[in-house]
Design a binder for this molecule. Structure first.
Ligand code: FAD
Length: 469
């Protein structure tokens, strides 16, 4: 496809979008180079997002279990000691192992890796500047933009990396903050709030809306809120943060609720109110790559931007800002460049909140079905009815299946419970393949497993449950 000096594809960004696209492109025979400004590959996901947050969620969960739940199983651990430095070191080891794997994966597929900051220099040219200021130009047939996103700050709450921080710093506190304020009750705020609350912080979550967890089904969100409150997190809902004053050893945060102002004090404030596409310095103007009204790179169904040779994927474009979405888009975009039918089904993208209990969903929620006046049947089944959950002593939560009244086709699945993240793929497969509740109810599920609750919820929706009359 190209001569020695010319690449078929230059990918800017080696996150889950960019590196997956690079491997797929190499498999399709494209001479590919992947550029990243960070020495460690894997993007936000591996270095400052999905992986370090889950490593800390798992470590802090074990700590909470050892403190509060092991005794029920007859295990007495005695005096406990928390070694935060070790916990952080372990998290870093997990991250390093995975980022090293990405490098090996790219090398194994003969993808060239270039370290430096890239910008578009022309429709088929990318300029890369290394840390010493040296520049080189990569000539290519296609450019794939996969530069991801960055955290949004709030007016009056600029990040200072010390007292007012983003998720990046909150994944690396060297000590447990005595009091932590989390601004934003979305998944990042709830996950990191959970980590530090489990480790001993007094955590207060400030949320402008009347509920937490953003687009999650209302019934699930309410249960999650109740559960997190039971675990000791405080919530101030319908509360707007209007400013903050940083002192030497604390931050005073001014909030407004019911028309009244109030001041809360904490030693750290985590602002987790969303992320925005990382488009600055990319040279989009040089060639006229268009953005949409929200400042995201506009693409068509093949991930092509307004410039024929330039494609974009991941957090940079409209759609869910999730690692698995970025990877799916990366693969699809490259297949489209190669003339294949790459595509992503946005109706069946799972989302998970890795709190305890976890919340996971795919498809429509009840509020959306009501709003669209789609007639639906609902089946719910509690984990108290699942033998495996009883054995584990982890019965909080339920599965909710929503299906079309006329066709029985599954429209949405919502799970709150200990293993929701590992159960949701079955629901995604069901939706991808157009399965009905009857299909799910006739699939034999292993016993005893959490997944039996999915089968039972599908049977409840069909009104043929074995266990619920
Ligand atoms: P990124 O992963 O952001 O990668 C972009 C890459 O581009 C980076 O490596 C960056 O260095 C590089 N880059 C940027 N500009 C340039 C440039 N000019 N030149 C060269 N290189 C450049 N998603 C999930 O699905 N599950 C989760 O559990 C989850 N947890 C998260 C937890 C946290 C705390 C955060 C912050 C995010 C989480 N996410 C999660 C979201 C997920 O990390 C992102 O959706 C995903 O990383 C986006 O992938 P991407 O490839 O688009 O971009």
């Amino acid at each position: 496809m190209a001569d020695e000096k010319q690449y078929d594809l230059v990918i800017i960004g080696a996150g889950p979008g960019g590196y997956v696209a690079a491997v797929r492109a190499a498999q399709l025979g494209m001479k590919t180079v992947c550029v990243d400004k960070e020495a460690r590959l894997g993007g936000i996901c591996l270095n400052y997002g999905c992986i370090p947050s889950k490593a800390l969620l798992d470590s802090s969960h074990y700590y909470a279990m050892a403190k509060d739940s092991f005794a029920e199983h007859g295990i007495h651990v005695g005096d406990m000691d928390l070694d935060i430095a070790r916990m952080m070191a372990r998290k870093d080891e997990v991250v390093k192992g995975l980022t090293d794997n990405v490098r090996q994966l790219l090398q194994g597929n003969k993808v060239e890796i270039v370290h430096g900051t890239a910008k578009i220099a022309g429709q088929t040219e990318v300029e890369v500047t290394d840390e010493n200021g040296g520049a080189r130009t990569l000539k290519t047939r296609y450019i794939l933009l996969a530069t991801g996103s960055k955290p949004v700050s709030l007016p009056g709450l600029s990040f200072d990396g010390r007292r007012i921080v983003s998720s990046t710093e909150a994944l690396a506190f060297e000590a447990v903050p005595e009091k932590l304020i989390v601004v934003g009750g979305g998944y990042i705020g709830l996950e990191l709030g959970s980590v530090w609350a489990r480790l001993g912080s007094e955590v207060t979550v400030l949320e402008m809306q009347g509920n937490v967890a953003g687009p999650v089904d209302g019934q699930i969100a309410r249960m999650l809120l109740r559960s997190l409150k039971k675990q000791g997190l405080y919530f101030e809902l319908n509360t707007k943060v209007v400013g903050a004053e940083v002192k030497d050893d604390a931050v005073n945060v001014t909030v407004e609720a019911d028309g009244k102002e109030n001041t809360l004090t904490a030693d750290r404030v985590l602002v987790a109110v969303g992320r925005k596409p990382l488009t600055e310095g990319l040279g989009l103007d040089t060639v006229g790559v268009e953005l949409n009204d929200q400042g995201m790179v506009a693409v068509d169904a093949t991930y092509k931007t307004s410039v024929d040779s330039i494609y974009a994927i991941g957090d940079l474009i409209p759609g869910p800002m999730l690692a698995h979405t970025a990877s799916a888009e990366g693969r699809a975009a490259v297949e489209c460049m190669a003339g294949q039918m790459g595509e992503v089904n946005y109706d069946a993208i799972p989302a998970v909140i890795y709190t305890h209990p976890e919340a996971a969903y795919v498809g429509w929620n009840e509020e959306q079905l009501k709003e669209r006046q789609i007639p639906y049947c609902k089946g719910t089944f509690p984990f108290t009815g699942a033998g495996r959950a009883r054995c584990m002593g982890d019965t909080e939560g339920f599965v909710k299946v929503l299906s079309h009244t006329k066709t029985d086709r599954i429209l949405g699945v919502h799970i709150i419970g200990a293993r929701a993240s590992d159960m949701i793929p079955e629901a995604v497969l069901a939706m991808e393949t157009g399965a009905s509740c009857e299909d799910i109810s006739r699939v034999v599920h292993g016993h005893p497993t959490f997944s039996e609750a999915f089968q039972e919820a599908a049977m409840v929706a069909q009104e043929c449950s074995i266990y619920i009359g």
